[in-house]
Design a protein around this ligand. Structure first.
Ligand code: NI
Length: 256
């Protein structure tokens, strides 16, 4: 019984076999999934998917790489979609300094606007951080993101950063990289994160866990992430699965 809290099964990478991918996930014990939309096409597809599948929920937001494209109309549209009962979070949002399509000032502005919206709507937020840790933490603090909390998605920063995020009511989510042999930092941080704040994800089609590194990822492989974390936490796979399921349901307000 696993909850993959970050999938992009709305991606074009799954256009040929999306239903098979979803079924393989269920067969592997993935009984809940969150599909994350981050621009017009991926949000539209995410909503289509959650209307067809009882066990899949959605998050809607605007990706920092494309921040330069976001209009006020886009943000109003995102807000209107949050009335859907299966839209349970806002994001992914954040900062990405790896790509330079969107200037930092615009990324920060779009990030702040989405945090403000989440606070107004009382929805948790899903944070994307790539090579921008200091600025992400600073903005979360300045905007009082602790009022809603959320998920630090595919966490790769150090323990000091994790502690600050935990203090702001965030959950720390690990994906495929925690299974890599050379991921010493992620493994150390995962060992320290309190169980009641731990989540698992694939970020599929990206970041396939070992031994599928480099291949298209899919939700069924969140099982490999759960196995790696159970070993790091020195607990059973079943117990790890149960606590991360409970955490995700609590955060997203999912009762069943
Ligand atoms: Ni993502």
């Amino acid at each position: 019984m696993l909850f993959d809290t970050h999938t992009h099964i709305n991606s074009e990478a799954f256009n040929e076999d999306r239903e098979e991918v979803i079924q393989r996930a269920r067969d592997a014990g993935v009984t809940r999934m969150l599909v994350v939309g981050f621009d017009r096409p991926t949000i539209t597809k995410a909503l289509e998917i959650i209307d067809q599948h009882d066990d899949i929920y959605a998050s809607v937001g605007w990706h920092p790489v494309d921040a330069v494209d976001m209009t006020d109309d886009d943000l109003a549209w995102i807000e209107s979609l949050t009335h859907h009962p299966k839209v349970v979070a806002l994001g992914e949002m954040g900062l990405d300094y790896h790509w330079d399509k969107s200037p930092k000032t615009i990324q920060k502005d779009v990030f702040r606007k989405q945090i403000a919206l989440a606070k107004r709507l009382r929805l948790p937020i899903i944070i994307h951080n790539r090579e921008a840790t200091d600025d992400v933490v600073q903005i979360l603090k300045e905007e009082h993101a602790e009022d809603v909390g959320g998920i630090m998605h595919c966490f790769s920063a150090d323990w000091e950063t994790a502690k600050q995020c935990l203090d702001m009511n965030f959950y720390i989510s690990f994906g495929g990289p925690v299974t890599f042999k050379n991921a010493q930092l992620a493994k150390e941080v995962a060992q320290k994160v309190p169980l009641e704040r731990l989540l698992i994800e694939t970020d599929c089609p990206y970041l396939s866990p070992h031994p599928f590194r480099g291949k298209r990822n899919e939700p069924a492989r969140v099982k490999l992430v759960a196995e790696a974390l159970a070993e790091l936490k020195q607990m059973s796979y079943e117990a790890l699965a149960e606590v991360t399921m409970t955490n995700a349901k609590t955060l997203f307000g999912i009762e069943k």
